[in-house]
Ligand binder design. Structure first.
Ligand SMILES: [Zn+2]
Length: 294
């Protein structure tokens, strides 16, 4: 993670925020879009046992519902309302004793975010085995497993969450048994017999070895990128409208989310001069833009 650069990004975002009054969270590139909604009514939280975490177990839900509101309540203004009565902020969700430390999924507006749902050092009920005594467990909300964009977004968010936790607890992400999928926990004899998240990762050519290496790379990433930013909005539709304009003018643009802020950018260069050249082209085409360092 890039703390100093992150501060620069937060500063530049704060200049653009203006008079936004809706609930909003701003994250820096390279850090999880982390929110908190502790499941205080869940029997796991009420049991109130604590552990000294020594690793992280990655789960995926095994159900086609990418929305955080399926699992979380009450609505904090970002996740939306659970209407099925099946959220996990009750003693035995779905009639089961289960709870994890975090969920990754979609906010009501479609943005991917992480919600911490138990204190990281509380004993979770996620592994169905001894890993509950050692591992922080989080769920990635599955969709129908066919959307590559959603997979890439939650995979990246999971990397950033794990990098964050590894820094918090001084874990080595590449060490044996530290970051494991639920299915690997079963192979190690410390979790129940489930296939998650391997069945989903494999559809996109990812293994848990790839994931661990990606977490390591995230923690050791010192690459500076220079992006040309054309606008930043709290409403996605406004960002999409500007993106269309930019693309109509012949530029390849993209929307990057920082929490609930949608930034329209073109180009990402490791050499500043290249970004400056593109900035001139973008300005010549009539857009206000600046170079954003990531
Ligand atoms: Zn699992």
């Amino acid at each position: 993670m890039k703390k100093i650069l992150s501060l620069i990004c937060i500063f530049s975002i704060s200049l653009l925020l203006g008079s936004i009054t809706k609930p909003i969270s701003v994250k820096a590139a390279g850090e999880p879009n982390l929110h908190q909604l502790i499941l205080t009514n869940n029997n796991c939280y009420i049991a109130g046992q604590y552990i000294t975490p020594s690793g992280i177990m990655v789960h995926s839900t095994g159900a086609n519902n990418p929305n955080l509101r399926r699992y979380l309540a009450p609505n904090d203004g970002l996740i939306g309302v659970n209407t099925g009565g099946n959220h996990w902020n009750q003693p035995t969700p779905d009639g089961q004793e289960k709870c994890v430390h975090a969920f990754i999924g979609k906010l009501a507006d479609g943005t991917v975010a992480t919600y911490q749902t138990l204190p990281w050092n509380m004993r979770g009920w996620h592994a169905g085995g001894a890993a509950n005594n050692t591992h922080i467990g989080f769920e990635i909300c599955e969709d129908d497993l066919t959307d590559a964009n959603y997979f890439n977004a939650v995979y990246q968010e999971a990397i950033e969450l794990c990098a964050y936790l590894c820094e918090l607890y001084n874990f080595n992400p590449l060490a044996d048994g530290v970051i494991i999928g639920h299915f690997e926990g079963y192979q190690l004899g410390i979790a129940s017999n489930h296939a998650d998240p391997g069945h989903w990762f494999s559809r996109y050519g990812k293994t848990m070895d790839d994931f661990r290496q990606d977490v390591y790379d995230e923690m050791n990433d010192t690459t500076t990128l220079y992006c040309v930013q054309v606008g930043a909005f709290s409403i996605r539709a406004n960002a999409e409208a500007l993106l269309e304009e930019i693309e109509a003018a012949g530029f390849d643009g993209y929307i990057k989310t920082y929490g609930a802020l949608y930034c329209v950018q073109v180009g990402a260069f490791s050499i500043r001069a290249n970004a400056e050249a593109l900035l001139e082209e973008v300005e010549a085409a009539g857009f206000d833009a600046f170079i954003k360092i990531e």
